[in-house]
Design a binder for this molecule. Structure first.
Ligand SMILES: Cc1cc2nc3c(=O)[nH]c(=O)nc-3n(C[C@H](O)[C@H](O)[C@H](O)COP(=O)(O)O)c2cc1C
Length: 139
């Protein structure tokens, strides 16, 4: 059985709904899944999981959330070389630029990216389904 972490930050619940859908998709494939707040995760947690899904909405100016998610991300990044990860998050008025930048950053860290999902504001049925599939792909 694979062990998956879904690590996320969410201010108004949209990325949290995506996190739950990613976890549901992994659970449906019999993975053991931990859903973890970004502030409760760090570099020492990475080795305990076969794969990790990270979720963060577009914040700042097409950036990751700065107080809790970005520091966690900077901490775990050196541990992600060769690790299978997925990225997801919600956005509003932009075009998803934050996800492109984030994905490039993860690739530079040497992570193997199973997939990414972005949702405009509250995830609709299509986005939830894409998150289910993303979780399943990690399991
Ligand atoms: C301070 C702040 C900055 C934001 N910056 C962006 C942005 O650069 N681009 C964008 O598309 N949406 C931006 N948004 C919108 C959020 O990404 C959007 O509301 C998202 O659904 C929030 O997800 P959450 O419910 O998981 O917190 C911003 C929202 C806030 C509050």
């Amino acid at each position: 059985m694979s062990k998956i972490a879904v690590v996320f930050w969410s201010g108004t619940g949209n990325t949290e709904a995506m996190a739950q859908a990613v976890a549901d998709g992994a659970s449906a494939k019999n993975a053991e899944v931990d859903i973890v707040q970004a502030s409760d995760f760090g570099a020492d947690g990475v080795a305990g999981y076969d794969a990790i899904a990270f979720g963060c909405p577009a914040m700042g100016d097409e950036e990751l959330e700065g107080d809790e998610f970005q520091p966690m991300w900077d901490d775990v990044k050196p541990e992600l070389s060769g690790k299978t990860i997925a990225l997801f998050g919600s956005y509003d008025w932009g075009t998803g630029e934050w996800m492109d930048t984030w994905k490039d950053d993860a690739e530079e860290a040497g992570a193997s990216i199973a997939g990414t999902v972005i949702a405009n504001n509250e995830p609709d049925d299509e986005a939830i389904s894409a998150c289910n599939d993303l979780g399943a792909s990690l399991a």
